[in-house]
Design a binder for this molecule. Structure first.
Ligand SMILES: C[S@@+](CC[C@H](N)C(=O)[O-])C[C@H]1O[C@@H](n2cnc3c(N)ncnc32)[C@H](O)[C@@H]1O
Length: 238
């Protein structure tokens, strides 16, 4: 790897009374800070894969306006409703495939900042690279260690090396590269299974190979789970 990566890594024992929710989806405070550093009432943002608009609602009040895109109509409907309820009138929602659509066609004014939270791919970075030089990119994406104990790796997950490579290939110069990781250690397989039931991960995983993969890991003596692993990136288009 060519660059220094900031690492925030926590490996700790599971405590039933504290660890009641699945932490993998929480917005990264580091990402929010990286975005806030770019805030300006003169600058326009595009958010990729806005979902129900959690990040959108944080970003909208601190920028001129936000173009928020997602390919899920139900998610956009909820995002529109919540934004209206909160009086956020500077968000323009678009139903679009972020890997296919040209971001320039979604508005007439220049886009200064691209943000994304858990929606990233090489195709998205390629689209973002068609924006103007100097465009800032700030996002969090899955790291390949997310739930690695299940032996199922998301196709949207990156290693540090793969992230550096795609940034270089698409012409983005890194300003901040971060790895955030949280690993829980369970006292027994039964407690691990109870945690997965409680957080809803078990039902989520049962439709894929993750559940059987994790049971195999426990049978073979494993007693931990990487509950959160992501890369947090800020980069500037050359
Ligand atoms: C894990 S969710 C994250 C949602 C939101 N950013 C958040 O953190 O709450 C990923 C989102 O990306 C959207 N998505 C995935 N691939 C997409 C694509 N190619 N084009 C547009 N949206 C996409 C999904 O519909 C989903 O809303």
């Amino acid at each position: 790897m060519r660059y220094h990566w900031h690492q925030i890594i926590s490996v700790r024992d599971y405590h039933a009374e504290h660890d009641v929710t699945d932490p993998h989806e929480g917005l990264s405070p580091t990402l929010l800070e990286l975005i806030r550093q770019e805030a300006s009432s003169q600058r326009r943002v595009i958010e990729i894969g806005c979902g129900t608009g959690r990040l959108t609602r944080v970003v909208a009040p601190i920028f001129q306006d936000v173009i928020a895109i997602d390919w899920s109509e139900p998610a956009l409907a909820e995002a529109r409703l919540t934004a209206a309820r909160e009086g956020l009138a500077n968000i323009h929602f678009h139903l679009a495939d972020a890997e296919q659509v040209s971001y320039r066609t979604l508005g007439t004014d220049p886009i200064h900042v691209v943000v994304a939270h858990l929606c990233m791919s090489n195709a998205i970075l390629t689209q973002a690279a068609h924006l103007d030089p100097g465009t800032v990119l700030a996002f969090a994406a899955f790291h390949t260690d997310q739930w690695c104990e299940t032996a199922v790796i998301s196709r949207f997950a990156y290693t540090e090396a793969a992230m550096e490579e795609v940034l270089a290939d698409t012409g983005f110069h890194p300003c901040y590269l971060g790895l955030e990781k949280e690993v829980l250690r369970f006292p027994s397989p039964e407690v691990a299974v109870a945690y997965l039931e409680k957080t809803g991960l078990q039902s989520k995983w049962q439709s894929s190979n993750r559940w059987s993969g994790f049971l195999r890991f426990l049978r073979e003596g494993g007693h931990s789970l990487t509950v959160r692993a992501r890369v947090v990136i800020k980069a500037r288009l050359d």
